[in-house]
Design a protein around this ligand. Structure first.
Ligand SMILES: O=C(O)c1cc(=O)[nH]c(=O)n1[C@@H]1O[C@H](COP(=O)(O)O)[C@@H](O)[C@H]1O
Length: 248
């Protein structure tokens, strides 16, 4: 049984190795996984992912692959060979893309005796709302309908889980398998700014709704005391997990 702190993923959205390692050292074991995204990866390359793994922390490499199946499958093989624990692709890349990525990652993990990474399909970005989805992107239907459709496609394709906003967790828990992992960014404690996130909930609400992991960036990394902010969030997550148990 994972503790609340093991279910907290901290997004290292910074530009340099030094800034990233300062946060990693400040938080230490007060989070389960560090997320390296396109900002940090494109600034300093794979070296930072390898360095954090060498320090003994799991890394979620969030590069959100979205390309033809062969290209994404090969990229999935590469990131697996680096020893990442989780990585992302866009569910809207389609079933074949997701299935081949999951297959290649599993094959590479076997070949290199690495752990099999959790492949996560991003459904509808948490920065989008009903209006941007329908009017800008041109996807018909509600956000919830689209998240659920893409989540089902991801499950059929054989990836391990999805990324969705906390507001869809109840729906996903109802319709997806119980072992299908739900990772939720767009998490905002009452004391933090929403920034560019549109579909938010507090850490307590997201855990009570049934999230497996929360992704939190700025409320921790931009806090005056990141370790203290992480501890406050973990306490809120614990309360949410306790509520979930009494509901089940
Ligand atoms: O894939 C993600 O991690 C992701 C998907 C999504 O829909 N929304 C989203 O915010 N994220 C990531 O989650 C993190 C959220 O950071 P904060 O908004 O600073 O807490 C960022 O690193 C985003 O790239």
């Amino acid at each position: 049984m994972l503790l609340a702190k093991d279910r907290l993923i901290v997004a290292l959205d910074v530009d340099s190795r030094e800034e990233a390692l300062t946060i990693v050292k400040a938080l230490g074991n007060n989070c389960g996984t560090f997320k390296v995204g396109m900002q940090l990866h494109n600034s300093v390359g794979f070296a930072i992912t390898e360095e954090i793994i060498a320090l003994g922390y799991p890394v979620f490499l969030d590069l959100k692959f979205h390309d033809i199946p062969n290209t994404v499958a090969k990229a999935s093989s590469v990131v697996t060979s680096k020893g990442v624990s989780m990585f992302t692709l866009h569910a809207s890349g389609g079933k074949a893309m997701m299935a081949q990525a999951a297959e290649e990652a599993a094959k590479k993990a076997d070949l290199t005796a690495r752990q099999k990474p959790l492949v996560l399909a991003v459904t509808i970005l948490t920065s989008m709302n009903q209006q941007t989805l329908n009017e800008e992107v041109g996807m018909a239907g509600s956000v919830e309908q689209n998240v659920l459709r893409l989540a089902r496609l991801a499950e059929e394709a054989g990836v391990g889980g999805i990324v969705a906003s906390p507001q869809e967790i109840h729906l996903l828990r109802e319709h997806c398998g119980k072992d299908f992992i739900i990772v939720t960014p767009g998490v905002r404690p009452q004391w933090a700014d929403a920034n560019d996130q549109a579909r938010t909930m507090t850490p307590q609400e997201a855990m009570a709704a049934g999230a497996d992991y929360l992704v939190v960036g700025r409320p921790i990394t931009k806090a005056a005391d990141p370790a203290q902010a992480a501890l406050r969030i973990i306490e809120e997550m614990e309360k949410g997990m306790a509520q979930r148990k009494t509901h089940q």
